[in-house]
Design a protein around this ligand. Structure first.
Ligand SMILES: Nc1ncnc2c1ncn2[C@@H]1O[C@H](COP(=O)(O)OP(=O)(O)OP(=O)(O)O)[C@@H](O)[C@H]1O
Length: 337
């Protein structure tokens, strides 16, 4: 049994045209100490997936399928039971640390609070543990700075504090949704390294969500590329990047600036034409068909099923990819018709 098992997860939202599917038949497993990346552009369904795992979907949203943590089904659990799981067994780190921190409370008290609430520690013991956590996440002069308020810290330091809060009760799973997007580029990798080190040393699983394919490539063991609520490509990160196959994944990679490579004047980065269709307008066939330059007639009629290549667990949801071929070639082989 894996630590986290998500199977056939569907999420729908109400729209003026009726309920629209925002996440379709999502499935993956995640083991302790492993990092799984969810990548896709804005609106592809990444955050709603994370919120569904936490039982925090917005009003009106409905989820069906299965989300099992250590064998326990989370979908459909009453709010009281979910409250016990959030913070204790699942920790969360979001893009903007200020949304997680209370500006009016000292940071030492904020990190100690879950320890007092969930672990029933006394004030002194909770503060001692809070200090140890703040030291572990690399907050300089943690002992003195526990008395500080959030506005007295830099963005990177605030994110370290929210990580300490998320870790306080020793969760089995940590969900980090765009944890470095609001940070200076020089700090980003430090925070990502910290999250990975913590996952490894605590045997905690990490679900890392980002719109940046390069960031996911460098910091995860497994990855899922999402588009229009469906997984387009997935597998062990090294295998996926060796044979990056789906036209959408390739477009994401091409649209990424390369560090140290200057764009010639007046030459823009390649961009994928078009935009993600509105929820209610997602096509019946492949969600990417309207933007794909390789479409066949079938792409507009029918959604492809996931094709698993060779033995490496790499899977691609595309009518044109020949899985038996691409595994051997170092790049996707396209059917010539
Ligand atoms: N509270 C909500 N009410 C209505 N629609 C929503 C709500 N939250 C998300 N959506 C819609 O659901 C779809 C998926 O959103 P989601 O936030 O999961 O995408 P995402 O991939 O995480 O993008 P981002 O990185 O911008 O958050 C989008 O079309 C979005 O507009």
């Amino acid at each position: 049994m894996s630590l986290l098992e998500v199977a056939d997860l569907h999420i729908t939202l109400p729209t003026p045209q009726g309920r629209a599917a925002v996440v379709r038949s999502l499935g993956f497993t995640l083991e302790r100490g492993q990092v799984l990346g969810l990548v896709g552009e804005s609106g592809s369904g990444k955050s709603l997936t994370a919120l569904a795992l936490l039982g925090l979907l917005p009003a009106g949203a409905q989820a069906r399928g299965s989300v099992r943590l250590n064998g326990q089904e989370l979908l459909g659990l009453p709010e009281a039971a979910l409250c016990g799981i959030r913070g204790q067994r699942i920790g969360m780190v979001f893009q903007d640390p200020m949304t997680a921190l209370n500006p009016l409370h000292r940071i030492g008290d904020q990190v100690a609070e879950p320890l007092r609430l969930h672990q029933k520690l006394g004030r002194v013991a909770a503060r001692q543990q809070a200090q140890a956590l703040l030291e572990r996440v690399g907050l300089p002069e943690a002992a003195q700075r526990m008395e500080g308020y959030p506005h007295e810290f830099s963005g990177g330091q605030r994110q370290r504090i929210t990580i300490a809060m998320a870790l306080a009760c020793g969760p089995d799973l940590l969900i980090a949704d765009e944890p470095t997007t609001a940070l200076d580029v020089t700090l980003q990798q430090q925070i990502l390294d910290l999250l990975q080190d913590l996952a490894a040393e605590r045997g905690m699983a990490l679900l890392l969500i980002s719109h940046d394919l390069g960031l996911i490539a460098q910091n995860t063991d497994q990855m899922l590329v999402m588009y229009g609520g469906s997984v387009m490509e997935s597998g062990p990160t090294a295998a996926v990047f060796t044979h990056l196959a789906h036209p959408y994944s390739r477009g994401l990679l091409a649209a990424r600036p390369v560090l140290g490579q200057r764009q010639p004047l007046r030459q823009h980065l390649p961009v994928m034409s078009g935009t993600l269709p509105a929820l209610a307008d997602l096509p019946v066939g492949c969600p990417f068909a309207g933007r794909c330059e390789f479409t066949l007639a079938v792409c507009h009629r029918e959604a492809p099923s996931a094709q698993i290549g060779a033995d490496d667990g790499h899977s691609v949801r595309c009518w044109r990819v020949e899985p038996t071929l691409y595994a051997g070639l170092g790049q996707a082989a396209w059917r010539l018709r």
